[in-house]
Design a protein. Structure first.
Length: 155
């Protein structure tokens, strides 16, 4: 059930890594960090802005999208998670997307990103003022990259 995704142990753990890594790289909190890990996972899933992430595979696979991301990408959790991250951009925009991800990887984060993305149904939208950051586990190992933004325009 999509409304309970935030409760799964893997989503709770990933949410904690997303939040801790965001704070590590930016010095700020993505959401208010109060309550249990489960409560924070729910707050992140229900946040009024987009949060989406992928792992560290050779061809990175999406592994998280909060409810706003699912809505924007016009997908269910099961449709979004497991999709190659590169497919969120049209082929013509993939090289620019790769350059931005590399910049985020070398610095830990990249802010003020702007680019065109495409939903699962093929609808295009322009993302503005996105922040991309490296996701680390509790040992400090890189386990993925994430993006957050609240500004987009359907094209």
């Amino acid at each position: 059930m999509a409304t309970l995704i935030w409760m799964t142990p893997s989503a709770v753990q990933w949410s904690r890594w997303l939040l801790d890594s965001y704070r590590h790289w930016t010095g700020r909190e993505l959401i208010e960090r109060s309550g249990s890990s489960e409560a924070q996972s729910r707050m992140l899933f229900d946040a009024p802005f987009i949060v989406v992430s992928h792992g560290v595979e050779a061809d990175p696979i999406l592994n998280y999208g909060n409810q706003r991301a699912l809505d924007l990408w016009e997908a269910t959790w099961n449709e979004l998670v497991g999709t190659p991250s590169r497919l969120t951009a049209e082929p013509v925009n993939q090289p620019e997307r790769e350059r931005m991800l590399e910049a985020a990887k070398s610095r830990g984060f990249f802010d003020d990103y702007r680019g065109v993305r495409v939903s699962m149904t093929g609808r295009r939208f322009l993302v503005e003022n996105a922040l991309i950051w490296t996701v680390m586990d509790t040992a400090g190992s890189t386990v993925g990259q994430a993006a957050s933004f609240s500004q987009w325009t359907r094209l």
